[in-house]
Design a protein around this ligand. Structure first.
Ligand code: FE2
Length: 387
């Protein structure tokens, strides 16, 4: 099980409960996730992977042909999800160094805000370290303002102000349209949450950082006892903005008998960073069927997971045999249930992966699945006489 948010609920966790609404003025209002930018070794080829396997469409491009002398970026879209894939053209460029150290990984999380200069000023005043001063750029479609602060590892949180910009993505990019392969999307609609892994003992520092600088509040907390199994343990807290649209779970490893999934990530990513991106769909069976047919590999789930499914999560609309066939997991909290599945890492290093999630009211993150999955695996071990 590679997701890092799962656990059992305990006295210290309250999955699905909303934090008390703050009476303070939101000093850093956020409209939505604007984009996530991956720094990759070969953006041209990565773009084909996301088009063919994940159903994205390339909508904009910047590179040597458009006068960009240092980097090439391909912008892909599906539903409200925008991915930017960037490669450097020279070895000395910081993007090359990011890729050298981390492998392909998320360099930038972009948030759309009404005022990028104010977002920068207000977060830096509250202790954030600036990564890019407010910078305006313009073309015939208008002006775009961006600024950025540093978050965990070498990851940057970028504020994007699109108030006065009507172009496809940003000045300097040329629009590209049409899927070259004639394939449609797979039903991915929006980013549900973006998870970060941080070093042992650092989770609370980052929780405080998001609270202090961005005014986020804590949605849920899973402690190591709740999340630990025989093999692996982690701690996780979920921070969200005032609107509840932006959710950043933050994980740190905890001591287990074997190396935890978080430790493995930190070792291979060579530091903290984005672990997984959860994309929402309204028909997970259709989406996952399509993704699998296009070659996306998911974590396999032992059939025993489904044997006691209804006893664990109650009645659901989807047929259990179909969920079992595809390996889709189910969890329930006070507000409803959710369906989710985790991909294998999408690069050779065991680092970044994707989650597909369909919510039926539930506001949790699949915390019940961690224990259920491991118990299912242990039952199979037991059946083989190996437990
Ligand atoms: Fe997740």
């Amino acid at each position: 099980m590679q997701d890092s948010t799962p656990s059992q609920s305990t006295a210290t966790s309250s999955p699905g409960t909303q934090p008390p609404l703050s009476t303070e003025v939101d000093h850093c209002p956020i409209r939505r996730f604007d984009h996530i930018e991956f720094y990759v070794g070969n953006a041209k080829q990565s773009a084909k992977f996301y088009e063919h396997c994940f159903g994205f469409e390339t909508v904009a491009y910047r590179g040597l042909e458009t006068g960009s002398r240092d980097t090439a970026s391909h912008v892909l879209q599906q539903g409200d999800i925008r991915l930017v894939l960037t490669s450097a053209i020279h070895s000395s460029h910081p993007v090359s160094q990011h890729v050298m150290r981390h492998g392909d990984g998320a360099g930038v999380i972009g948030l759309e805000v009404p005022d990028a200069a104010a977002a920068f000023r207000n977060t830096v005043e509250r202790g954030a370290e600036g990564a890019m001063e407010p910078t305006a750029s313009e073309d015939s479609d208008g002006a775009l303002v961006e600024s950025a602060i540093k978050i965990y590892g070498d990851t940057v949180l970028k504020f994007v102000e699109r108030e006065n910009y009507g172009g496809t993505y940003a000045p300097g990019f040329v629009a590209r349209s049409g899927r070259t392969n004639g394939e449609g999307g797979v039903g991915l609609l929006a980013i549900d949450h973006i998870v970060g892994n941080v070093d042992l003992g650092e989770m609370n520092r980052w929780v405080d950082f998001f609270a202090d600088t961005l005014g986020f509040s804590q949605l849920v907390h899973f402690d190591d006892e709740a999340i630990s199994t025989e093999y692996s343990a982690l701690m996780s807290k979920v921070m969200q903005d005032g609107s509840g649209k932006i959710k950043f779970p933050i994980n740190e490893p905890a001591e287990g008998k074997r190396k935890s999934q978080i430790e493995e990530y930190l070792e291979y990513y060579e530091g903290p960073g984005v672990q997984h991106i959860a994309c929402a769909t309204e028909n997970i069976i259709q989406t996952v069927t399509e993704l699998q047919s296009r070659g996306i590999e998911f974590l396999s789930v032992p059939t025993s997971y489904y044997e006691e499914l209804e006893g664990r999560v109650g009645k659901i609309d989807e047929p259990t045999d179909k969920l079992a066939e595809l390996g889709i997991l189910v969890d329930r909290d006070d507000d409803g249930y959710l369906l989710q599945i985790f991909s294998q890492p999408v690069e050779d290093r065991p680092t970044v992966f994707y989650e597909v999630i369909e919510r039926h009211g539930a506001r949790g993150f699949g915390e019940g699945n961690f224990k259920a999955l491991f118990e299912a695996i242990e039952r199979e071990q037991d059946a083989r006489g190996n437990l």
